[in-house]
Design a protein around this ligand. Structure first.
Ligand SMILES: *Cc1c(COP(=O)(O)O)cnc(C)c1O
Length: 469
C-alpha cells in the first residue's frame, strides 16, 4: 500500500514514511493510492473477532511496512479492556426508534479521539525505535485532542509532548485531566493567551525549518493519516455489531468538526462495508452542512466562528475535507489544486454541479443542531431511554432523528461522555453528570504545568531547555 498526495506532488510513499509527517510536501494530504476492498465473505469471517483482532485485520490493509505479528502486538497494546473499560472496547448502546450509540468514548479521556490516539502512541514508539530516532510533539489544544495525545504518549520511549493550552480558559475537568499527568515526557505549557495564540505559536515554531529539524518537531493533529486509518476500524466494528448477516445496511450519524471522524466512515463505505447513509451533524458552525446542502465550501473567519456548548465541533475550516474532495473529483489532483487555489483567492469554491453525487454515490446527508436542540435532545433521550448523552453526541442524535429509515439501524457515534461537559448537562437536566469512579478524585491530584508568556520566544526558550535532541 502506497500513499499519494491529494495535490499530486509527492512520490508514492509507505505508511511508516508518512506516519511522522503533517502535510505532504506539496501542501496536500496523504491518501492511499486506492482503497482496499472488503467482500461480504471477508466481513462475515470477521464477525467473531475481538476489537483488537479486527483492528489488526483492517489496519494491515493500510500498513504493509510493519510485520503483521508486530502490528498485532501494537493493536492489542492499544485496545485493552483495562484501558477501555470493557471487553467490547466499543460497546453498542441501544436508544429507541431505530437509534443506537456507538460507544467510542470509553478510553482514558472520555472522548472518541482516544480510539485513534491510543494506536498512534503505540505505532509512534515502534517506528521511532526501528529508526533509532526521537520526536518532540508540539501542539496546541483547547481540550480533547491535547489530552488524548498526552494519555496516548505518556511514558513512551523516543517521544516527548509539549502541549500549549490557553491559561485559565479550559474547564476544571479538562485542566485536571491534562495537568495531573506527572510523566517526565509530558510538558503542559499554559500560555497567557487564547487558543488561537497557542496555535499561532505552534505554527511559527513548526514553520522555522531549522528549528523544526534541530528539535525533531512533529505533530499529532487531525490530518495525521494513522488516526484516520485507526478510525476506519470502528465503522467495520459497528456494522458487524448492528447486523447478523451479509449485506444488511446500516447508517451512521457523525457529530463533525474537522471531518476526520466521518472521513473514516466514507473510507469504510468505499471499501465495501454496507453503509447506507453517512449523516454529518454540525452545530451552529455549519460550514460542512452548508457544503452538503449547497455544494459551496466557504470556511469562516475566526471572528465568525461561534463558541458553542459543543466546543469540539467549533471549527472555521475542516482540515480533513480535502481528502473527501479528492475522491469527489475522481482523484484528479489538478482539480483539487484548482479548488484550493480558488479558496485562497476568493474564500470559497463551488462544486454544486456535483451535488447529485453527494448522496447518490457517496451516501452523504447533513443537518444542523443548535444549543436549544442540544438541551432538548439531552433531556428527551434521558427521559425516553434513561441514557445521558454529552452535547456533541446530542447534536448527532438530533440530526440522526431526521434521517433514520425503517429497517435500517442508525448508529450515532458517541464522541464524548457527559462528565466532560458538566455545565451543559446541568443546564439541560438540572443535575450533575456522573463522573466515572476512577476519575472522582481527579480534581484533588497534584498538577504539573508551566505558565508561560504568550510569545514565540518564551516557548522557543522552553523547548531549547527541555526538548531532547
Ligand atoms: C474532535 C471531536 C469532534 C469532531 O470530530 P472531527 O473528526 O473533527 O470531525 C466531535 N466531538 C468531540 C467530542 C470531539 O472531541
Amino acid at each position: 500500500m502506497k500513499y499519494v498526495s491529494t495535490r499530486g506532488g509527492m512520490p508514492p510513499q509507505g505508511f511508516a514514511d508518512i506516519l511522522l509527517e503533517g502535510l505532504a510536501p506539496d501542501g496536500g494530504l496523504a491518501m492511499p493510492e486506492s482503497f482496499p476492498r472488503l467482500s461480504p465473505e471477508i466481513l462475515e469471517a470477521w464477525r467473531s473477532l475481538s476489537y483488537a483482532d479486527l483492528a489488526t485485520e483492517v489496519l494491515s490493509l493500510f500498513i504493509d511496512d510493519i510485520p503483521r505479528a508486530d502490528l498485532d502486538r501494537l493493536t492489542h497494546a492499544a485496545y485493552q479492556p483495562a484501558v477501555f473499560g470493557s471487553d467490547a472496547i466499543v460497546p453498542l448502546k441501544p436508544l429507541n426508534n431505530g437509534l443506537a450509540l456507538l460507544g467510542l468514548s470509553e478510553g482514558p479521556t472520555l472522548a472518541f479521539k482516544d480510539m485513534a490516539m491510543q494506536f498512534l502512541g503505540q505505532v509512534f514508539e515502534y517506528v521511532l525505535d526501528q529508526r533509532k530516532s526521537t520526536l518532540n510533539i508540539l501542539g496546541a489544544t483547547s481540550g480533547d485532542t491535547g489530552s488524548a495525545a498526552e494519555y496516548a504518549l505518556r511514558g513512551k520511549r523516543g517521544v516527548s509532548v509539549f502541549m500549549l493550552s490557553p491559561h485559565g480558559r479550559m474547564s476544571d475537568f479538562q485542566r485536571a485531566q491534562m495537568y495531573s499527568l506527572q510523566d517526565a515526557n509530558i510538558h503542559n505549557l499554559a500560555v497567557k493567551g487564547v487558543f488561537d495564540d497557542c496555535q499561532d505559536i505552534v505554527k511559527a515554531l513548526a514553520g522555522d525549518l531549522e528549528f523544526k529539524s534541530k528539535y525533531h518537531l512533529g505533530a499529532v493533529n487531525s490530518i495525521n493519516w494513522a488516526r484516520i486509518a485507526a478510525q476506519v476500524v470502528y465503522y467495520v466494528w459497528g456494522w458487524l455489531r448492528a447486523t447478523s448477516g451479509p449485506e444488511q445496511p446500516v447508517s451512521f450519524t457523525v457529530p463533525s468538526g474537522n471531518f476526520g471522524n466521518i472521513l473514516a466512515g466514507h473510507i469504510a463505505r468505499q471499501m465495501g462495508v454496507p453503509i447506507r447513509r453517512l449523516v454529518l451533524a454540525t452545530n451552529e458552525n455549519n460550514v460542512l452542512e452548508e457544503f452538503f446542502r449547497t455544494g459551496v465550501y466557504r470556511p469562516r473567519t475566526a471572528a465568525n466562528t461561534h463558541a458553542t456548548s459543543s466546543p469540539s465541533m467549533d471549527i472555521s475550516k475542516a482540515s480533513n475535507f480535502e481528502r473527501f474532495v479528492f475522491d469527489l473529483l475522481d482523484r484528479d489532483p489538478q482539480r483539487v489544486r484548482a479548488c484550493w487555489q480558488q479558496l485562497a483567492e476568493q474564500g470559497y469554491f463551488d462544486l454544486s454541479a456535483l451535488k447529485p453525487l453527494f448522496e447518490d454515490r457517496y451516501g452523504f446527508q447533513a443537518g444542523v443542531s443548535t444549543h436549544a436542540d442540544r438541551l432538548a435532545t439531552i433531556r428527551a433521550v434521558q427521559q425516553e431511554t434513561g441514557v445521558l448523552i454529552d452535547p456533541h453526541t446530542a447534536d448527532g442524535v438530533k440530526v440522526a432523528r431526521q434521517y433514520v429509515e425503517p429497517g435500517v439501524p442508525m448508529l450515532v457515534l458517541e464522541t464524548a461522555l457527559p462528565a466532560k461537559f458538566g455545565e451543559t448537562i446541568r443546564e439541560a437536566t438540572g443535575h450533575d453528570a456522573p463522573v466515572p469512579a476512577h476519575l472522582q478524585d481527579l480534581a484533588s491530584l497534584p498538577q504539573k504545568v508551566q505558565v508561560l508568556e504568550c510569545s514565540v520566544d518564551a516557548i522557543r526558550a522552553y523547548l531549547e531547555q527541555h526538548a531532547p535532541v
